[in-house]
Design a protein around this ligand. Structure first.
Ligand SMILES: [Zn+2]
Length: 874
């Protein structure tokens, strides 16, 4: 410690008067107090005790070290600088003068005064100037480590440790009138508490033993220092995480923040600085963003601190987590004086954890609430175009019963509405179907809505619009409809048998096998794909796509062996059925049926799976697909009914086409040489027949909502079965006894439920082109449009004044109505089917792609030929 320099005596009045300017002071007091000053001080003490006037001490007021003059005899103060005054809690020298340390005498006071007395001992004082000069100079100095109480107001109640120095000084009397002792003791008291070295040591010790993680990082996040517990924890944590040998990790702010669970993070202050981008997924990126945020908050916005709370690995068991809080302050690196970030990491209290968890929950609920609000709005706004309410009366009844079972009291209004709905005839048709399709409110304009309604409404259009047949229609109908007038099927004219296969003839000549050429096999290899092109198969098989595919699939599935069906006989049968599909039908021809058969095969094997469809169900499904449009007339049921066709008369207007497909096909099946089930047991045959009849009848779109509505009731049950199949024994189909007794099989499904699943499966397969490749799908829709136009022509021939909607080739055809067809029929049907059999989801994707295409066609008012260009150029 530097020796306190004293002003040199001013013996001559000619010397310039002492000024109290800053520069003076520095020259006089600070400069000589350097470390090399000891020798200089020693030389000055060679001289006899200096004599000072009181005014000479005035400049000492600037010193931070308390300096005062003490009369050792009276033990009273004579004068003090400002620092000394403040030590005593006084403001003026007058208050200070005359004070003694009486009130705190005791332990500390005695050695203090003993030392002061020793310094100023009279014996030494009286020694001769020459001999005593060195002795006196030694004696005049003394040093004492003592504790002084904190005296001043507001000073802490602890004892300061002072290094006190004494020095004998002579005081000259002044003309001030105050009597001063000539022999005084100059006291300097330097507190060692303020000694920076001690301070640092203690601070260091405090940090070392602190269990609270404390770090100092540069503003860029590099570690400047940290206390040992923090370093030990993170080093061992990273070693465990990355391996002890690897030093690829760096202990810095980023890597520490990366340990946290970013899904569970809360930071304060909120909404200041760049927000954390929620799309940033990687932890490293997030830590980088957070660091930017911290820099902004602390050094740009200059917030006092930044806090972040996150889930971090536990100290003892880093595989577990706990909530910690990082609090960060702007700080300075004491070495470089650059800005730095001081970080404290503390564990959070239990209550805080709960608070945060509650906050999370509340946030979740708020989000959910918002979603529900949106859904509610959507549900209320029926008017919005594009949202269809396909709820039917049965759904509504079940929903109401469910809510009653859940303990809710139904409102009077709900019950009234339900009563009204129950009076409607078709309980499974959407309640608002008529309104939706015919009111023009949903964007189903004119004929589009009309055609959909006519197709889907079991009562037929005439009931609704009360549209009378024209007089000409009535009078011409009977005349023009000679027996089978609309049934110019090629069973007679053999229109389909000019291909490469030998015709199946009545004289029993049976073709030896199916076409095994390379191009055929190539197409057949794609039979397991979702995207199948039946047109290609038609091409390579020379017009026999159906028989070739049927034989291929039956062989592939081992059906010939399992059910003892003669392969050659089956080929014969398949050719016979194929020939029952007139090539003159633009759409309902053998290629359509081949497409349906392939769809049915993939849906049965990939979708329903062995839990729902065993061998018998698969056989029934394929057979149903094979015959489902047998001897189709290229016109719809409404046409047959309208013009009183033989089939309409035969089946009393109830699904005449579908009834005929089944009836005629079974006629073939039971007649030699096509009796492929001759070796099959009667029980199995009866079961197959029952399933096939149900499936093909369900393809009538008039009962679409009836079938779909019933299926939706078992949709969830089937979905559960697909995700959690019952043991492997459940693969086999129920035995005939089980089926007959109506009991559930091992998969927990009733036979009726299996049958229903198969019905919906064939319904999907029947319009399976909706999930074909876009160019193939477009071709199918075009084909159907052609067939519809042909029907329109026939309606005109038969004297109809108005053609069926979308069937007049002078007007828009069904290529203009596909969005409506998709929204009302296709999407709900396939969504339900995929919910029951999730593995069929790839269909949905293709289907939605095609829907988008139709929406684009509708929006841009594209012609179908233009669309082909678009699709094919992709
Ligand atoms: Zn069909």
């Amino acid at each position: 410690p530097a020796e306190l320099g004293l002003p040199p005596p001013k013996p001559s009045s000619s010397s310039p008067p002492l000024t109290r300017s800053f520069s003076d002071k520095r020259q006089r007091f600070v400069e000589p107090s350097g470390p090399g000053d000891e020798a200089a001080a020693a030389t000055t003490t060679e001289r006899p005790p200096e004599a000072y006037e009181l005014r000479h001490f005035a400049s000492m007021d600037e010193l931070e070290t308390p300096v005062w003059l003490l009369n050792p005899r009276s033990r009273k103060n004579v004068w003090g600088n400002k620092a000394a005054l403040s030590l005593y809690g006084k403001r003026s020298v007058e208050d200070f003068r005359g004070l003694s340390l009486a009130h705190c005498e005791g332990d500390f006071a005695k050695p203090f005064f003993d030392e002061a007395a020793r310094v100023l001992s009279p014996s030494r004082n009286s020694s001769s100037p020459s001999a005593g000069s060195s002795a006196r100079s030694q004696a005049a100095r003394g040093q004492l480590q003592c504790r002084l109480p904190g005296l001043g107001p507001g000073s802490p109640q602890l004892h300061y440790v002072f290094t006190v120095r004494f020095r004998g000084v002579r005081l000259l009397s002044e003309a001030s009138g105050i009597s001063l002792p000539s022999e005084v003791c100059l006291v300097t008291a330097e507190s060692s508490l303020f000694n920076s070295m001690n301070q640092s040591l203690r601070a260091l010790e405090m940090l070392k033993s602190s269990p609270i993680f404390t770090f100092l990082f540069s503003t860029e996040g590099q570690l400047l220092t940290a206390n040992p517990c923090a370093v030990t924890f993170y080093e061992s944590f990273f070693e465990r995480k990355y391996g002890a040998a690897s030093r690829t990790w760096v202990l810095d702010l980023r890597s520490i923040l990366c340990c946290g669970d970013w899904d569970e993070t809360v930071s304060y202050p909120d909404n200041n600085g760049p927000a954390l981008d929620p799309s940033v997924q990687a932890k490293e990126k997030k830590a980088e963003k957070l660091l930017e945020h911290i820099q902004h908050v602390l050094f740009v916005e200059k917030f006092e601190s930044f806090r972040i709370q996150m889930k971090m690995p536990k100290r003892r068991d880093p595989s577990k987590h706990r909530w910690v809080e990082f609090e960060m302050w702007a700080a300075k690196d004491p070495i470089t004086q650059l800005q730095a970030i001081l970080v404290n990491q503390t564990n959070m209290q239990e209550t805080k954890k709960l608070e945060l968890e509650l906050k999370d929950k509340r946030d979740d609920l708020e989000t959910r609430n918002k979603q529900l609000q949106v859904e509610l709005k959507r549900a209320k706004g029926h008017g919005a175009k594009g949202s269809l309410d396909l709820d039917n009366t049965v759904d509504k009844t079940i929903a109401l019963l469910d809510s009653i079972m859940a303990g809710k009291q139904p409102g009077k209004e709900d019950i009234q509405r339900l009563k009204q709905a129950l009076r409607t005839q078709n309980l499974r048709a959407p309640n608002r179907l008529e309104e939706m399709l015919l009111s023009n409110k949903k964007g189903f304009e004119g004929e589009v809505g009309l055609s959909l309604f006519e197709m889907l409404n079991p009562k037929g259009l005439k009931d609704v619009l009360a549209q009378p047949l024209s007089a000409r229609e009535n009078s011409n109908a009977k005349k023009s409809l000679s027996r089978n007038s609309t049934m110019d099927l090629d069973t007679e004219d053999e229109g389909g048998n000019e291909g490469g296969l030998e015709p199946a003839s009545e004289d029993g000549v049976i073709p030896r096998g199916i076409d095994q050429s390379k191009p055929v096999l190539e197409v057949l290899e794609t039979v397991d794909d979702w995207l199948f092109d039946a047109f290609k198969l038609e091409e390579v098989t020379g017009g026999h796509p159906l028989s070739v595919l049927a034989c291929h699939l039956f062989k592939r599935l081992n059906m010939f062996e399992t059910f003892e069906i003669n392969e050659t006989q089956f080929l014969h049968f398949a050719l016979k059925i194929e020939s029952g599909y007139p090539v003159s039908n633009a759409y309902h021809n053998r290629t359509h049926v081949a497409n349906v058969l392939q769809s049915m095969y993939t849906l049965l094997t990939k979708g329903l799976g062995p839990e729902v469809a065993g061998d018998e169900e698969i056989l029934a499904g394929l057979l149903a697909a094979l015959i489902h449009d047998y001897e189709h007339k290229g016109v719809n049921n409404d046409f047959l009914v309208r013009f009183q066709d033989d089939l309409a008369l035969k089946y009393n207007d109830r699904s005449p086409l579908e009834n005929h497909h089944i009836s005629a096909a079974f006629d073939v099946m039971l007649t030699k040489p096509y009796d492929i089930f001759a070796n099959t047991s009667l029980e199995v045959f009866i079961k197959l027949r029952k399933l096939v009849v149900a499936m093909v009848l369900a393809t009538d779109m008039k009962i679409h909502f009836e079938v779909l509505g019933r299926f939706r009731l078992i949709e969830k049950k089937l979905g559960r079965l697909s995700s959690d199949p019952v043991g492997s024994e459940g693969c086999s189909s129920p035995s005939a006894e089980e089926a007959q007794s109506g009991s559930a099989d091992s998969s927990g499904l009733q036979p009726e439920e299996v049958s229903l699943a198969l019905q919906v499966c064939l319904k999907c397969a029947d319009i399976g082109h909706v999930y074909c490749d876009s160019s193939v799908h477009l071709r199918w829709v075009q084909k159907l449009e052609q067939e519809f136009f042909a029907q329109g022509d026939r309606e005109e021939e038969n004297g109809a004044i108005t053609k069926s909607p979308l069937m007049d080739r002078e007007k828009a055809g069904i290529t203009k109505s596909q969005v409506g067809f998709f929204k009302v029929v296709v999407v709900p049907l396939f969504a339900s089917f995929c919910a029951a059999f999730p593995s069929t989801a790839p269909m949905l994707e293709s289907l939605h792609r095609n829907l988008k295409l139709w929406a684009k066609i509708e929006e841009d008012q594209l012609e179908i030929s233009e669309v082909f260009d678009v699709v094919l150029s992709d």
